[in-house]
Design a protein around this ligand. Structure first.
Ligand code: SF4
Length: 266
């Protein structure tokens, strides 16, 4: 998120810049010759000063409400990077991919299609089943029966450890140690994508909270993955029907339409 007025919020800008520097550094690891990796990111020599230099180079002066605010954010970002460095300097994660884009296909079932379409199709039920086989057929297949939709995204970081993949997303908000289904959703989508793209075992999904350099880790169950897919398809169904109900929340104050929206929550 960017500073207020740019669709961003409170103190999240500095952490985001710090994340960018951290990712830039992790990128230098990724692009190094394999011999430099020394397994699991070990054997890399980079100083904190070099990381902070990357941070300075990545910094953008725009969008702050005042010079004071800008300096505060910048300082916060530096602190985050220092802690990040101390935490990882003796055992850097083996970052196999950074900002990894994905593009997966989801096939809707009849219950996700609009009534008008349903009327013209035969009535044989094609239920959204829970088996693994069914799940993989529904992602990355061509349309047979249900419509096929494309879901695109970008994953912050994918680490490889002992042949397994760990998916990491940097978060700038308040650190959490327990997650609701809705909070897990983003990583669940990433799990679906990575299992489709790599066909490699996924060890875990992790949100990395930059504010205190903590992590919360989990792995989506089949039930959670099915629920996620179901939710995406239902959202697509509503979009196709032209239904976009307002969802006022605490985030309204960061919304670009705040000043003109009749539903805004102040
Ligand atoms: S309810 Fe209105 S102000 Fe709030 S996020 Fe939606 S469009 Fe923006």
């Amino acid at each position: 998120p960017l500073p207020a007025g740019r669709g961003g919020g409170d103190s999240s800008s500095a952490p985001r810049r710090a994340a960018a520097s951290a990712k830039q550094y992790m990128g230098s690891i990724e692009n190094s010759p394999p011999s430099c990796l020394g397994g699991a990111g070990g054997g890399i020599n980079i100083s904190l000063e070099e990381i902070l230099k990357l941070y300075e180079q990545s910094w953008i002066d725009d969008w702050y409400e005042s010079d004071k605010q800008k300096q505060e954010y910048k300082k916060k970002g530096r602190e985050i990077l220092k802690e990040f460095y101390q935490k990882h300097k003796d055992n850097w994660p083996n970052a196999a991919y950074l900002e990894k884009g994905f593009n997966i296909k989801l096939r809707g079932t009849r219950k996700h299609e609009n009534t008008k379409t349903q009327k013209h199709e035969n009535t044989k039920t094609q239920k959204h089943e829970n088996t693994k086989t069914q799940k993989h057929e529904n992602i990355g297949t061509t349309a047979v029966g249900g419509e096929v939709y494309t879901v695109r995204g970008v994953i912050d970081r994918i680490d490889e450890e002992d042949g397994k993949l760990k998916i990491v997303d940097y978060k700038t908000g308040s650190p959490k140690d327990k997650l609701t289904f809705n909070e897990k959703e983003q990583l669940l989508i990433y799990q679906m994508a990575v299992s489709e793209i790599f066909r490699q075992e996924i060890s875990s999904l992790a949100f990395y909270y930059l504010n205190n350099n903590s992590e919360v880790e989990f792995l989506g169950t089949d039930e959670e993955l099915d629920k996620t897919k179901d939710k995406i398809l239902n959202i697509i169904k509503d979009i196709k029907k032209g239904e976009f109900p307002a969802k006022p929340s605490q985030l309204c104050k960061f919304c670009d339409f705040y000043s003109i929206c009749e539903f805004r929550k102040s």
